[in-house]
Write a protein that binds this ligand. Structure first.
Ligand code: ATP
Ligand code: MG
Ligand code: MG
Length: 551
């Protein structure tokens, strides 16, 4: 399933090059064509890896093209974010950055030429009438406007462009085949009227080309050899080729389709992601629970983990859903190599070592990453009062509990063995302080007499620590396939975010680089949130330590 060695797209391209036909002498040239109407998500990452990765594989080129032929909801905010996200993933388009809207004049001229060749006509059927006519194969109703004289078509199309008609009043349609078995060939619409300002062309246009007409032209203008797209366009390929073969542009790009990426426990269409943002169900497009690339980045996902994920899921012709756990698995694998180990207490209670001198402080060296000794170590301080996890003490231990309870010994990670002697409780019965005695002969955590100590817990020196807010994340949805629901908002998980406002961390974190990934021992992998400051540190849990993914 590794795709490094090649996939069916690579096979097709290799054949195309070998054939010495339409691609002879051409450098492989692909493009990634996002519509700037939202932020990129993990599905787009797959397309980016396929488009840029294929170009890399063949020492070719890959364009970044803003497919901005539909003014609704498009904007500069998205253009900038898309560029940032692709660069973050590690791909670069160099100088090959384009806007489909730059070709509006050319597209219009090509449409005029189709009219002149009697291959397009202005149709005045309403969308409803058109739908009826296109659906019925046994009685394919001919548009009464199909045989309009060329001169009249040219005149009407020019007037459509000039703004004489309101939205929906008429369309330009290709004259192909109303009886075709392929719905897309039944005189598809090429241009529609839309009196809406465009983010780049402003009020210049009130007619906009449809995707099926615009896309092959964009590809041909840019000299794209292989136009890689998702499977839902497979049925549109005959129309793509019809356009390519009936317009006057020298390049003849080939469309190849591959399966869309679906991931469970999340939604991926921009329309739905936008609903989450606009309804304030999340804090924004970059909410760490979002499957957007900016959300994943804020959550602590690394570009390498996402690229590895895309490579391992492979490229095929069959749509399938990948487990969210597999994405997390790829992140864990990467962070295990790179994350700096440190201790943080998420639900702090005091541990007081009653036989440890009150004015004493000693230090311990902790390895930054046992996977990479070259990453060195850092110093942690230790004194009489420490913070430990509330969950690491039980006054009445349950069976198999190996952490602190009266009479039991545990190891304080990298420091000493301590024996619990009791606790103090608040009026409501909650434990506020745990008491223990340390064994001075066990410095470093070894027992000289060889006695077994089963439990090891983490801690932070209460005398020398920093406060932090930590965010833990669960799935946004309570069902594995929220896309299948009538109303996906009804299955939102009300507890997908848990905020822990009073955590204790090692104070050296205040000096750490904002990009450092951490492993908080026993708690998972964490990163600084983008709103974190040294004065008010905020961490996001990127992923827990436990791998639920079963390959
Ligand atoms: P959405 O349905 O999420 O709005 P889209 O396809 O309309 O996505 P575009 O901006 O047009 O979004 O997508 C740019 C490119 O990314 C297209 O080539 C599209 O096929 C590809 N793409 C989008 N979603 C996925 C996905 N889930 N898996 C693989 N490729 C995708
Ligand atoms: Mg699209
Ligand atoms: Mg879409």
């Amino acid at each position: 399933e590794e795709t490094g060695s090649g996939n069916f797209i690579h096979t097709f391209i290799t054949e195309d090059i070998a054939k010495n036909g339409r691609f002879a002498g051409q450098r492989v040239h692909t493009r990634f064509p996002p519509e700037p109407n939202g932020y990129l998500h993990i599905g787009h990452a797959k397309a980016i890896c396929v488009d840029f990765g294929t170009a890399e594989k063949f020492c070719g080129l890959c364009n970044l093209r803003m497919d901005d032929t539909n003014p609704t909801k498009e904007g500069t905010e998205y253009v900038n974010a898309i560029q940032e996200d692709i660069h973050w993933l590690g791909f670069d388009w160099g100088s090959r950055f384009h806007y489909a809207s730059d070709y509006f004049d050319t597209m219009y001229e090509l449409a005029v030429k189709l009219i002149q060749k009697s291959l397009a006509y202005v149709c005045e059927l309403t969308p409803e009438q058109m739908h009826e006519n296109r659906g019925d194969l046994t009685h394919p109703a001919v548009s009464p406007y199909r045989d309009r004289p060329t001169a009249e078509n040219l005149d009407l199309f020019a007037r459509m462009k000039a703004g004489e008609f309101e939205d929906g009043r008429m369309t330009l349609r290709a004259k192909i085949d109303l009886t075709s078995g392929n719905f897309n060939l039944r005189d598809p619409v090429l241009y529609r009227i839309n009196h809406m300002p465009h983010h780049r062309t402003g009020g210049k246009w009130c007619i906009y080309p449809m995707y099926d007409f615009a896309h092959p032209i964009e590809d041909a203008i840019e000299g794209i050899t292989h136009s890689l797209c998702t499977l839902e366009f497979e049925d549109h390929r005959p129309l793509y080729e019809w356009v390519i073969n009936n317009i006057d542009l020298p390049a003849k790009p080939r469309q190849i389709e591959f399966a869309r990426l679906g991931i469970n426990n999340t939604v991926m269409s921009k329309r739905k992601l936008r609903k989450l943002v606009e309804g304030n169900y999340v804090t924004g497009w970059d909410d760490p629970r979002m499957p957007t690339l900016c959300g994943l980045r804020r959550r602590g996902f690394t570009p390498a983990s996402i690229r590895t994920f895309c490579e391992r899921i492979g490229v095929s012709k069959v749509n399938s859903t990948v487990e969210y756990g597999f994405l997390e698995h790829c992140l864990r694998e990467d962070l295990n190599q790179t994350a700096q180990r440190t201790m943080a207490v998420l639900h702090p209670i005091k541990l007081v070592l009653t036989n440890y001198p009150a004015d004493k402080t000693e230090t311990f060296e902790m390895e930054n990453n046992p996977e990479r000794p070259q990453d060195g170590s850092h110093t942690v301080t230790f004194s009489r009062e420490l913070w430990i996890e509330a969950g690491d003490f039980l006054e009445m231990p349950v069976k198999g509990y190996r952490r602190l309870f009266p009479g039991n010994e545990v190891r304080l990670k990298a420091a000493y063995i301590v024996r619990c002697t009791g606790c103090e409780k608040a009026e409501d019965g909650s434990v506020t302080t745990v008491y223990a005695e340390y064994d001075p002969a066990t410095r470093g955590g070894d027992t000289p007499d060889g006695r077994k100590v089963r439990g090891t817990i983490h801690w932070v020196d209460a005398k020398n620590c920093a406060d932090a807010e930590i965010h833990l994340y669960g799935s946004l949805f309570t069902v594995p396939e929220p896309e299948q629901e009538d109303d996906f908002l009804k299955v939102l998980n009300p507890s997908s975010l848990e905020v822990l406002p009073n955590c204790k961390v090692e104070p050296t974190l205040q000096q750490a680089d904002a990009k450092t990934p951490f492993q908080f021992m026993r708690e998972g992998y964490f990163c600084f949130d983008k709103d974190s400051t040294p004065q008010h540190m905020v961490f996001n849990r990127s992923v827990s330590l436990k791998d639920s993914f079963k390959p």
